[in-house]
Design a binder for this molecule. Structure first.
Ligand code: KG4
Ligand code: ZN
Length: 341
């Protein structure tokens, strides 16, 4: 087989985005179609799993057709069919997994199950053609907060993870508390631009027995308690200041952890990934920290930070090269751990 041009059709349906992409040799994105359900779930203040699954079923065939059309290729041109099989919402994952299995079976192509977080990390390969492991990666999304040493392609060492809420989840909950709605991340970021990040002194959450672990539920509670006690005293609160101070505390915490790990493990490359990595203030803080340390900083464009299938195609390519294929028994695993495969 000509290994110079490996074309992968990738499918992602783990949460509230139905996505398909065609990726050549892991880094050349020929199409990246994303059908978002965000406006639908906004009505309910968060993702409703049952609605998400139904919408994926409605959209998935069209999204795949669009991805092939935009890449000017057919299913026959593909060398493999990749799909996110976990972690995520089980019903949502199942739609993508069943679809990928059906396509792979019908076309007699290899099936490649991809870990969603591995996809987020691999989003960095797409626009940074020079990026190769080893590097340190901070994955910050709605469901995950992981500080990961990418030892090699497909080989990960988790240095720290959240003990409770993920960073994006904390953004979403605080946004709801100050009436900004879902999804909270972009709304907090916008409000924070008008606020003072030093107006409120929220304490940076620490985990006593885990240097690199995170805990964001305490910070969320600090903010909620502050809002409630101000309301009881009849005091005015400035939502922009709350948003800016909360965001700053999250950024400082993430920066502290990343900085410590860079030092301890002598890393010379640092990447960020996941929905929260599209936050410009966070990105700037990480960039400044890396510049100070003489560490090379990598980040995907915002569209490749939030859920998409191009990142799944990027991760799948390295599995393809390693000959890691799946059988027809591939199943959705909602709590799949990184590096468990
Ligand atoms: O990676 P992603 O699309 O889905 C998951 O795998 O979870 O991340 C979604 C999360 C949401 O919690 C959303 O509020 C957050 O990423 N997010 C942001 C921003 N854009 C999205 N958080 C902070 N600032 C942003 N600009
Ligand atoms: Zn994600």
């Amino acid at each position: 087989m000509d290994t110079k041009e490996i074309k992968i059709l990738a499918i992602e349906s783990s949460c509230d985005e139905t996505a398909a992409a065609v990726v050549v040799n892991g880094r050349d994105v020929r199409s990246n179609i994303i059908s978002t359900q965000i406006p639908l779930h906004t009505l309910y203040g968060g993702v409703v799993p049952e609605i998400a699954s139904r919408k994926h079923i409605e959209r998935i065939n069209q999204v795949i057709e669009q991805a092939l059309e935009a890449a000017d290729m057919s299913l026959e041109d593909m060398d493999g069919i990749a799909v996110t099989y976990g972690p995520g919402l089980v019903g949502a994952l199942l739609v993508g997994v069943a679809e990928a299995k059906a396509i792979a079976f019908a076309t007699n192509k290899p099936l490649i199950g991809v870990h969603h977080i591995e996809g987020h990390i691999s989003a960095n390969y797409i626009e940074n053609k020079d990026l190769e492991p080893p590097f340190l990666c901070l994955v910050v999304s709605g469901g995950h907060t992981h500080l990961v040493r990418v030892v090699d392609y497909g080989k990960y060492e988790i240095l720290g993870r959240t003990r409770d809420d993920a960073a994006g989840e904390a953004f979403d909950k605080v946004a709801r508390a100050i009436g900004l709605g879902y999804p909270g991340g972009p709304k907090i970021e916008k409000a924070a631009l008008e606020g003072n990040p030093f107006a409120y002194n929220f304490t940076r959450p620490k985990v006593a027995d885990g240097l690199y672990d995170f805990s964001f539920s305490g910070l969320k509670s600090q903010v909620l308690n502050y809002i409630n006690s101000a309301a009881m005293k009849g005091e005015e609160i400035d939502n922009n200041d709350i948003a800016a101070s909360f965001q700053q505390t999250v950024i400082d915490t993430l920066c502290d952890h990343a900085s410590m790990a860079i030092e301890e493990f002598g890393m010379d490359k640092f990447a960020i990934a996941g929905g929260v990595a599209s936050n410009q203030t966070l990105r700037k803080a990480m960039e400044d920290m890396c510049r100070e340390k003489g560490v090379k900083f990598y980040h995907p464009s915002p569209i490749l930070c939030t859920d998409n299938a191009a990142m799944i195609g990027a991760a799948a390519y390295y599995e393809f090269l390693a000959g890691k294929f799946d059988g027809w028994d591939l199943n959705a695993i909602p709590n799949l751990k990184l590096g468990e495969r």
